[in-house]
Ligand binder design. Sequence first.
Ligand SMILES: *Cc1c(COP(=O)(O)O)cnc(C)c1O
Length: 381
Amino acid sequence: MHWLKQKLDQQRQQHRYRTHKVFDSPQQVHSKVDGKDVISFCSNDYLGLANHPQLRAAFQQGAENWGVGAGAAHLVNGHRRPHQALEEALAEFTGQPRALLFSTGYMANLAIATALLGKGDSVIQDKLNHASMIDAAQLSTAKLLRYQHVNADSLGRQLASASGNKLVMTDGVFSMDGNIAPLPDIAQLCESHNALLMVDDAHGIGVLGKTGAGCVEHFGLSNKPIIMGTLGKAFGSFGAFVAADEDVIEALIQFGRSYIYTTATPPALATASLSALHIVKTEQWRRDKLQELIDLFREQALQLDLKLMPSDTPIQPIIIGDEKACMELGEKLYADGLHVGAVRPPTVPEGTARLRITLSAEHSEADVHQLMTALEKHCIQ
Ligand SMILES: *Cc1c(COP(=O)(O)O)cnc(C)c1O
């Protein structure tokens, strides 16, 4: 169709055409693409669990015991013992009364906004929130108000002007910037304006806090917000969950269309996620090692005078600005066997195209040194 060709051409001209590579190895730091060895600095597998032997064994055992398909939605006959066990374990892990499984984080976010809000209500979001929360707001038919990135004053103004029932939604760790939302300030504002708070902890769960329980544990929040956590990132598995109080979880079950009208994930995924949860809780060395690598990366980047962002998390972006220059830099690094995410608008704001470097506990110091040598070669004229 000619209008599609036109749209696709425009996308190409703007250097925004999206493509993907085909990997010939499992998710791991040292991967193979078309016979080429690459070191990956772009996955969200922060703890190096996606191809862990214990997860693989739990997945296989799960398939042995429970088959492959769940058969139907959770509310029909898809909810099996491993799903129930995982929900109970995640509620305990996050210190919340209940947890509810979703197929993906995207769908969990859709359910939260649509089940908790309706016409005449307000959803208030950080300007740099993940796309899934923006889509959720639109689907909810509530009024979407956005506040300046991590700016409590701006949030306060939006809360004061909001009408109806109010829900504040924020990334815990911002997915493209790596900084952490100021949750104690945000929580206090929500309390004084009688608003619900929901934190999308896709990049915090497993990584932040003493036991890996995420942003809430990181800040030691006593009044716990609604938490959305994903299992496809630090957990190395797949799926997502919402942890919250009884009323919120029941509202999601009764009114969350992306919970009700979809097939439950395979029970074997739940057994694999339970195995991941056990490693997350017991292997603190993974978070310690990750922190050492983050420190090493930042120290070396500063020596090279690279433009770092204020991030203490495994997400360490380097702003390039120009989209074409950013894509070319990504290609040069790739030619040197380093796979780094080159991210451009609309995923990030105009003029802030960037390399999104992510670190994993599976990286060695030598991997980081290799990256720094390549960055020195290509970034510094
Ligand atoms: C990845 C991500 C999601 C979506 O989670 P999926 O399980 O991959 O659908 C939601 N929010 C944020 C902030 C994310 O980074």
